[in-house]
Design a protein around this ligand. Structure first.
Ligand SMILES: C[S@@+](CC[C@H](N)C(=O)[O-])C[C@H]1O[C@@H](n2cnc3c(N)ncnc32)[C@H](O)[C@@H]1O
Length: 207
């Protein structure tokens, strides 16, 4: 199954991910991402899925303007339904390819790339990062969330379905030296934070 067609099956249960893995609010990568957003930031949530990050920022920071994009109509429908139920007006969701964004150059303060890169062949992941850099302001930040398997036995057991369900690129991506990977795009790591089952990395454009 390709990384996109799997969401035709998973869209209705995708939000269980947060219930199972990210239920501890203080250690959740969602909380770590939210803390990095300023009150009036313009935010792009690439491959937003069911919009969890986008909606949590929109709710906590009403002055932000957030665009969430995804290629899966099913995932976006869940995101849009949640948006309607919440009544939030500062977030919009678009059907769009992350490798061909329909936004102008240098227009976002923060770009989220959450739980995505490990699903892609390197060439596709590279294209997504380059497109993100194009639409990011020069002093903007890219915030990456990626899986980080734990050494704790109970967490290892709970995490095992993830390793099993993830597509082929996952195994090599989790072992990747991310410092040199991001450096090849002219990005540097400003902050590296360990959260439950994940790491959250803040990247800036090298001056
Ligand atoms: C694991 S989900 C991540 C969802 C969300 N970012 C999160 O943190 O929960 C990956 C998402 O990437 C989307 N996706 C994959 N390739 C894409 C592309 N080229 N352009 C836009 N979205 C894409 C999938 O449809 C899916 O919704």
């Amino acid at each position: 199954m390709s990384s996109l067609s799997i969401y035709k099956v998973l869209y209705s249960v995708y939000d269980l991910l947060d219930v199972v893995y990210f239920r501890d609010h203080d250690k959740s990568p969602r909380t770590a991402v939210l803390k990095k957003i300023k009150d009036d930031d313009r935010v792009l949530d690439l491959c937003t899925g069911t919009g969890t990050n986008a909606l949590s920022i929109a709710k906590a920071k009403p002055l932000t303007k957030i665009a969430g994009i995804d290629l899966s109509k099913d995932m976006l429908k869940v995101a849009k339904d949640k948006m309607k139920r919440s009544g939030l007006k500062n977030v919009k969701f678009y059907l769009m390819d992350a490798t061909k964004l329909k936004f102008k150059d240098s227009c976002f303060d923060k770009i989220l790339i959450s739980l995505i890169l490990h699903e892609m062949e390197e060439e596709l992941a590279d294209q997504i990062i380059m497109e993100a850099m194009r639409v990011l302001k020069d002093d903007g930040k890219i915030i990456i969330t990626e899986w980080e398997p734990s050494d704790e036995l109970s967490k290892k057991i709970l995490f095992s379905p993830i390793g099993f369900l993830e597509p082929k690129p996952y195994k090599s991506f989790v072992k990747k030296d991310l410092y040199s990977y991001f450096e090849k795009f002219g990005l540097e790591i400003e902050k590296y934070e360990h959260c439950d089952y994940t790491k959250v990395i803040v990247l800036t454009k090298k001056k």
